[in-house]
Design a protein around this ligand. Structure first.
Ligand code: CTP
Ligand code: MG
Length: 227
């Protein structure tokens, strides 16, 4: 599933982020390929901005991808968009991948899916943190330096047994909870989440500089060069 219904406010004015171009191709198409090109993925469901469902359908039809793709209307929040896409999926294992992570390698989706197929309820790809991390108070004073060795940056695609993710969403709806990622909902529901190594190429396009980095990386890939 690809939640793609966000506006992309931090990226600046323009069309919704999923429709912004990277190497002449919408971010969404790259992200759908990151799942569709995985060996273990057969079907992709996209949650589109509710007023752009037909445009998104047309874009995906124009860029053939090696999987069956369906498009549903997303919601006001990422969590709602994932929930709506989840209702359109019947597979036992689901991957959730941000449209905003266009250059995630398809191998990463396979690694995550494999881990779920091997028995995990919920799987997230993670990276170690390179920078020092500090806790800061509202007045701008440093409270302390956090031990980064036990912290990880979390990416997508995240993988789940469908029943586990559905139960986690229902739990959040009943308790009024929210989380910034899908695994966070599983944690809140008392579930176990395991990690696999992430990829630096699975970074999220959030601010304008991220699009510049993504263009450079894509140009290297298209030129057949490694990073
Ligand atoms: N998303 C979604 N539905 C929403 C909000 C977000 O499907 N109502 C999706 C976005 O399209 C994106 C992913 O969730 O692929 C990660 O969200 P984020 O990077 O925050 O994207 P936006 O919400 O679009 O960006 P911003 O927060 O800067 O507006
Ligand atoms: Mg957002």
């Amino acid at each position: 599933m690809v939640p793609a219904a966000g506006r992309g406010e931090r990226l600046g004015p323009g069309v919704p982020k999923a429709m912004r171009l990277l190497g002449g191709v919408p971010l969404l198409v790259h992200a759908v390929r990151a799942l569709a090109e995985a060996r273990l993925v057969d079907v992709v469901v996209v949650a589109a901005p509710p007023d752009q469902v037909s445009e998104v359908r047309a874009i995906l039809d124009a860029h053939r991808v090696p999987a069956e793709v369906s498009v549903v209307a997303g919601g006001d929040t990422r969590q709602q968009s994932v929930r709506l896409a989840l209702e359109a999926v019947s597979a036992d294992v689901v991957l959730v991948h941000d449209a905003a992570r266009p250059l995630a390698p398809a191998e990463l989706a396979d690694d995550v899916a494999r881990c779920v197929l091997d028995g995990a309820d919920a799987v997230v790809p993670v990276l170690a943190i390179a920078d020092t991390v500090k806790e800061v108070d509202t007045g701008g004073q440093v409270v302390r330096t956090v031990d980064r060795d036990t912290l990880r940056l979390v990416q997508t695609p995240q993988g789940f047994k469908r029943a586990v993710l559905l139960a986690a969403h229902s739990h959040a709806e009943n308790e009024g909870g929210s989380a910034t990622d899908d695994a966070g909902l599983v944690e809140r529901a008392g579930g176990q989440v395991v990690v696999v190594p992430g990829s630096p190429e699975a970074f999220k396009v959030t601010r304008p500089i991220d699009l510049i980095v993504a263009e450079a990386l894509l140009a290297r890939r298209r030129g057949g060069r490694a990073i």
